[in-house]
Design a protein around this ligand. Structure first.
Ligand code: PNS
Length: 165
């Protein structure tokens, strides 16, 4: 049987419940989802690649249809190497649209065999992003319920609100 393998690429610094919702819904459409963290030398993430991989592995340890991986270079080349022809991205407000549209069109120009599929975020996660979560957590804000528990713990540790845990 031909498996429908989709790539869900991103920075995931860190993963939020918005990402989680997209992942759960993508799994209802595709047989396998590869969550692929971009190794981006131009960005200085809060969490190292290893930290992000280990959080994702912990969160999805019981999900047999999810693979956690990282990549550098072009997303479409990575997708081809993984035997996938679908890229999943989540869409929030209007602000996401322009960037996503541009990226999807560039990816399509580079490889017409790869299809970009967009899932609308749930209204509950409409206003959250990794960036705003980090900002709130940095200032000691309570972000429980907006990120998986392990991410909440790691953010508290990073910002010194949970010393000794
Ligand atoms: O979570 P993000 O930061 O919005 O994810 C962006 C990501 C990783 C999907 C995007 O930057 C990407 O695919 N980068 C790899 C290089 C690439 O193929 N770019 C698109 C065509 S130029």
């Amino acid at each position: 049987m031909n498996q429908r393998v989709a790539i869900y690429p991103g920075t995931f610094d860190p993963l939020t419940n918005g990402h989680l919702s997209i992942i759960k819904r993508a799994l209802k459409i595709f047989d396998k989802l590869v969550i692929a963290i971009l190794i981006n030398p131009h960005k200085s993430p809060l969490f190292t690649l290893e930290e992000r991989i280990s959080m994702l592995k912990e969160i999805f340890k019981n999900e047999v249809n999810i693979e956690i991986d990282s990549f550098n270079g072009l997303l479409i080349d990575y997708a081809v190497n993984k035997g996938a022809n679908i890229v999943v991205r989540g869409l929030r407000a209007l602000s996401d649209f322009e960037y996503e549209f541009q990226m999807a069109l560039m990816n399509r120009k580079l490889n017409r065999d790869i299809q970009s599929v967009f899932l609308m975020t749930d209204y509950k996660w409409f206003y959250i992003s990794s960036t705003i979560i980090k900002e709130a957590a940095r200032c000691g804000g309570d972000i429980k319920g907006l990120v998986p528990p392990i991410v909440n713990e790691k953010l508290k540790q990073k910002f010194g609100f949970n010393k000794g845990v």
